[in-house]
Design a protein around this ligand. Structure first.
Ligand code: AMP
Length: 786
């Protein structure tokens, strides 16, 4: 039973909200049912007959609108059902029901108290069948009881603006093909204006160049994981995926695709690079213009081609400009020092567009006239190296003296190997030389002097002859004589007795003629005598001989007393004296026992180089100070040379702030010591001259100097031990004497004793009165600087 007054109200309402009903829905909502847009009969079932009534009204565009109303507020026990037609759910597991309705306020109706209600119930029933005629009430599942937010209290609405109630409910986890909705009225005055059923989806989208399709939201509020597929001309970098949320939004994009090589990202897609552009890396977002000296003629280029004559090595990135080999080096500068040459040059004017220019040195040995050249072969040393020099400089050593060399300095860079063009180089010619050292061999008579020649080292086989020029001192211009010999000795006769002569020597080899060495002054004797190098040494020698004789008597006694049992001392006391040789590859003069005084060298540094091995300071470990020498501290430490076992050494250092003369004298000791090789002479291991402080490295004598050793252990030695020590000293002194070396300061403080009680002669210093030197102060610390 309907109230007569409700019709105009509903018509008014429906007209009022018509425009709202034509609204567009959000793009992520898919409508399954919309009562407002149904053109024909909705086909809904209402029962009992006096319950819900369908009312069709026309909107202003004459489109019929279907609404349902019921208003049996005066009667008790109302149970009016309105059931929709079957609603297919499609893929949706969760659907939303939006209802728009008006509900009359019971207070505004006279005489309805006790029977009037202000709510109604909404139900659903899942089914795979679309044409069920009857569904029992108890089969429906209740969705909710619906109450109004707004209600109207008077029938005459006039100009009053009214609102529809809108309520949305949802049903989750649907699993059958469709469902029916039902509205149960229990005595309210309701006008059901619109029912819309929809589900939500995440609309298709492209993120990070991956396409994600339309995705229906999950049945409950869980996220739905969706895998993306890369858009055209893109490749997967990291598997793309996203999550579709319950309210139809995309969340948490992970992974991505990149446009493939030769394509760039534009408007969520991949477009080919235009000619003149390239894209070589997946991760590059955009095409870039071809680098210098390269081009691309086609669309979608992954790299650009080098212009003719230009190259790009595999190791260069595709983004690098193409480059070409460098031009030749230029402006070479040579510093020739006998058989070594320092070559420097200016880098190529055109580096070819690269920073990796290096240089190779190619060596040819040419005959004197320069016509015929052959490769140099091995034996020549290049410092730091022959090939792949990164700086325009090289030191070449161990060249043959008096030889013409041609060095080609070749410039290369990272593309030289790719180019078939000619190598770019500059040639320099070098002619080597070498100074001949002259040694006073003998001064047997008052009118002759015998000289021995030393060098050129490397080609002594090739020395054709030595040329000696000599003259009386201070008379060079007036009267000089030139003599030649093919032997390495020469006796110059016909000299004036007691006269000083100046000698200079040069060598002629198959390679050519050398330069004269430094001047050597030698004086003839006034009387014939036995060979002695220095007249000043006669007195000292006499004393030494006397000492030697006494010592010899002592030793002979010892020999008989000990019955040769002096073998307590483990080290071999007698050297193999027949073999005289210089320690560091210096030429051997057969039969010669003469030591070379460093002062006979024009350049004392050369003497050091000749007789002492240069040791790299990194091979030395200084441990503690053990004494004070004339020139600075003496320390003990360790020396570890490559491929040799570590040994204990004594390290003498030259104090800071030394004068040049002190340096010369200090190293002079090494030049002398280095010429000796005897178990009772302190052994030189080498020198450090390339770093400061300058150092002399000798074997380490554990028991220090003999004088303090004897004092410390006074009365503790047997005669045999003492004699053994003396015998060692005598043996060392004899060796020195055989070498024509006069020690001049033999004393117990200059004898060192090792752990086996072997005594060794030391202190070959050139300067013996340094105490008077005001600069003799020294520091107690090493500050290495190389
Ligand atoms: P010198 O400069 O040779 O007079 O040495 C000074 C002091 O250093 C000596 O008296 C020794 O005590 C000590 N000394 C020098 N050379 C060595 C060495 N090779 N082994 C041990 N101690 C040494």
């Amino acid at each position: 039973m309907s109230f007569w007054w409700i019709y105009p109200v509903l018509v008014t309402l429906c007209t009022l909200f018509y425009s709202q009903a034509l609204r567009t829905y959000p793009s992520n909502e898919v409508t399954l049912l919309d009562s407002m847009s149904a053109l024909g009969d909705l086909g809904w079932v209402a029962y009992p007959a006096e319950g819900w009534e369908e009312i069709s009204v026309m909107d202003e565009r004459n489109t019929p609108m279907r609404t349902y109303q019921v208003c049996n507020v005066l009667e008790i026990n109302q149970n009016n059902w309105l059931r929709t037609s079957w609603i297919p759910r499609g893929n949706a597991q969760r659907v939303y029901i939006e209802i728009k309705f008006t509900l009359r306020d019971c207070n505004s109706l006279p005489g309805v108290s006790g029977t009037c209600k202000e709510t109604f119930n909404m139900y659903y029933y899942e089914s795979n069948y679309s044409n069920l005629r009857h569904i029992q009430e108890n089969q429906f599942i209740k969705i909710d009881t619906i109450a109004a937010d707004e209600s109207f209290t008077q029938v005459d609405v006039g100009d009053r603006v009214m609102k529809l109630n809108t309520e949305v409910r949802d049903i989750s986890n649907l699993y059958k093909k469709g469902f029916y909705l039902a509205f149960q009225d229990v005595g309210a005055c309701i006008a059901l204006v619109s029912v819309r059923v929809f589900y939500k989806k995440c609309p298709s989208t492209i993120r990070n160049l991956a396409l994600f399709p339309d995705t229906v939201t999950g049945g409950d509020s869980a996220l739905v994981e969706v895998k993306g597929s890369c858009v055209n001309n893109s490749v997967e970098f990291d598997a793309p995926k996203m999550y579709c949320s319950a309210d139809g939004g995309w969340l948490v994009p992970i992974g991505r695709c990149f446009c493939k090589l030769g394509y760039e990202e534009k408007k969520n897609g991949c477009q080919p690079c235009l000619p003149g552009y390239y894209k070589a890396l997946l991760t590059d977002a955009h095409c870039t213009p071809c680098p210098a000296h390269s081009f691309s003629l086609q669309d979608s280029s992954a790299e650009c081609t080098c212009e003719k004559g230009f190259y790009r090595p595999e190791t260069d990135p595709k983004s690098a400009a193409c480059s070409r080999p460098p031009s030749a080096p230029h402006n070479p500068m040579l510093t020739v020092n006998e058989t070594a040459v320092i070559m420097e040059w200016s880098p190529p004017e055109d580096s070819g567009g690269r920073k990796d220019v290096t240089y190779n040195i190619h060596c040819r040995r040419c005959q004197l006239e320069g016509q015929k050249c052959n490769p140099c072969g091995s034996g020549i040393h290049y410092i730091p190296r022959q090939f792949g020099l990164s700086h325009p400089r090289v030191l070449i050593t161990d060249l043959l003296p008096y030889t013409n060399y041609t060095f080609d300095i070749e410039a290369l860079n990272g593309v030289s190997e790719l180019s078939s063009g000619p190598k770019q180089f500059i040639s320099v010619n070098v002619t080597t030389s070498q100074v001949v050292n002259v040694i006073l061999k003998e001064r047997k008579s008052k009118d002759s002097i015998t000289l021995a020649f030393q060098g050129p080292e490397k080609t002594k086989d090739a020395v054709v002859e030595y040329e000696v020029i000599y003259y009386e001192k201070n008379q060079k211009e007036q009267n000089y004589t030139i003599l030649k010999t093919k032997s390495s000795f020469m006796t110059v006769d016909g000299l004036k007795p007691g006269t000083t002569y100046v000698f200079r020597v040069r060598a002629h080899t198959v390679g050519g003629q050398g330069i004269y060495g430094g001047e050597i002054e030698l004086e003839t004797s006034t009387e014939d005598m036995i060979a002695i190098t220095d007249p000043n040494q006669i007195t000292i020698l006499a004393i030494s001989v006397a000492g030697g004789i006494i010592l010899l008597i002592f030793l002979v006694t010892c020999f008989f007393v000990s019955g040769r049992h002096c073998g307590y001392i483990k080290a071999k006391q007698d050297p193999d004296e027949d073999k005289m040789h210089f320690q560091h590859g210096r030429v051997k003069l057969p039969g010669s026992r003469t030591y070379i005084h460093p002062h006979t060298y024009e350049d004392p540094n050369q003497a050091v180089r000749d007789f002492a091995k240069e040791i790299d300071v990194s091979n030395i470990r200084i441990e503690r100070v053990i004494g004070a020498g004339e020139f600075g501290e003496v320390c003990s430490g360790r020396l570890k040379l490559p491929s040799k076992r570590e040994i204990c050494v004594a390290i003498k250092s030259l104090k800071v702030g030394y004068a040049e003369k002190q340096r010369r004298d200090f190293l002079g000791e090494a030049s002398i010591m280095g010429q000796f090789d005897h178990p009772n002479i302190i052994r030189l291991e080498g020198v450090v001259t390339k770093c400061k402080p300058v150092m002399i490295i000798t074997e380490y004598m554990e028991n220090g100097s003999l004088d303090s050793f004897l004092k410390k252990h006074d009365g503790q030695f047997t005669v045999i031990q003492l004699v053994g020590m003396l015998r060692g000293i005598a043996s060392g002194m004899k060796y020195l004497s055989d070498m024509n070396y006069v020690h001049r300061d033999l004393a117990a403080r200059n004898i060192l004793v090792n752990s086996n009680l072997v005594c060794k002669v030391s202190d070959f210093g050139l300067s013996r009165v340094l105490e008077d030197d005001p600069e003799a102060a020294y520091t107690t610390r090493f500050h290495l600087s190389c």
